[in-house]
Design a protein around this ligand. Sequence first.
Ligand code: PLP
Length: 441
Amino acid sequence: MANKSHLIKPLLGATYPEVAYGKGIYLYDSDGNRYLDGASGAVTANIGHGVTEIIQAMKEQAEKISFVYRSQFTNRPAEELAEKLAQIAPGDLDYVFFVNSGSEAMETALKIAIQYWQEIGKPQKNRVISRWTSYHGITLGALSMSGHVLRRNRFSSLLADYPAVSPPYCYQCPFYETYPSCGMKCANELETAIQRIGPENVAAFIFEPIIGAAGGAIVPPEPYYAKIKEICDRYDVLLIADEVMTGFGRTGKNFAMEHWNVEPDIMALGKGLSGGYTPIGATMVSARIIDTIERGSKVIMSGHTLSGNPQSAAVALAVLDYMNLHQPGENAANLESFVEHELRTIASHYPVVGDIRGKGLLWGLELVTNPETKESFPIHTFVTERTVKKCFEKGLIVYPAVGGINGTSGDAIIIAPPLTISKEEMKMLMKILEEAIAEIS
Ligand code: PLP
């Protein structure tokens, strides 16, 4: 066993460079190599690495108290963080339940939605509708709602049987139609699904505002969410927005749903909430739902030992303060058209890039064998993995989005650097990306 690592890595047997430290948009390994973090890890390090104010806040809180159990004490950082989140969250999402990851935030969202209908005497209203191309987390409830074929296939025996509808995926339209003449069949399908299952049985519709890991930054047509909201309202179905990837300025607004002025009933948060400085996630819940539970059983049947711990809350609070001061979301909004222009230029030079799409600093490049037919690469070609690897060899980190509708289509890479990136740094990112794409073309 000598020299063999005891740490289970994502790919067993593979070697990974050992990170030494990070600063701004860069990571440095112990051999002195530098990497431009063009994906913020997994779309997480929104304010970049090594921010002094966050490190200071960590130390200060650790000197006071790191852990208390939430059924014994409340704590100031968690109270303040909840208050700040309630101030910036859309609509009446006034209440917060803390967890430790995006997956847990989704689990809690699902449970609260189902519990809500129980509390008002409709326990049979307990099915949740999702979308085929989606990723909501790796735990079993969240994975049950995810159409990420590669991640769910092995565990189908443990997953709930979930009803799903087509994604608003215009580039590879599931109906082989074109927007707007399609009449948004993808949105209409939700209504058909609710009618088929019976509105009295449907608790919620769950979605990522912009489809991330399973699709590569798929942005729906403009009126899509207004229509979804109208359908959900008509049948008394709750809207659960999974803003784990899109929250906290990533798309140029605090929360992506603000682009469409549609307010969800429940919202899941993670990743950017702490910018990766600590594990924390949150489920934000509308006043209507919390008031109902308070009048009823009073207990949300979920929670984890470390939920709302003061250490994580203090770190997230410092991250929110930093964002409030520096407004990196505005930087994301300002850079959007530049990024789009650069990516379109790359796509025009290399036919392997069939589509580019995104908002703010969340962008996807879909890789196809032929831009005319939009045909996906066969799975054994590992085109996404090869592109990610090629970028990595050149010192650029990008994020793979594979395993969509049928496990082969939707091969895409995600570009999502820290929101603090400058235009000059962005030009450097594009240069390396173009070199990598030229080499895999
Ligand atoms: N929801 C979305 C939209 C995500 O992108 C992810 C992770 O990629 C999750 C949920 C799960 O979050 P975590 O990996 O923190 O559990």
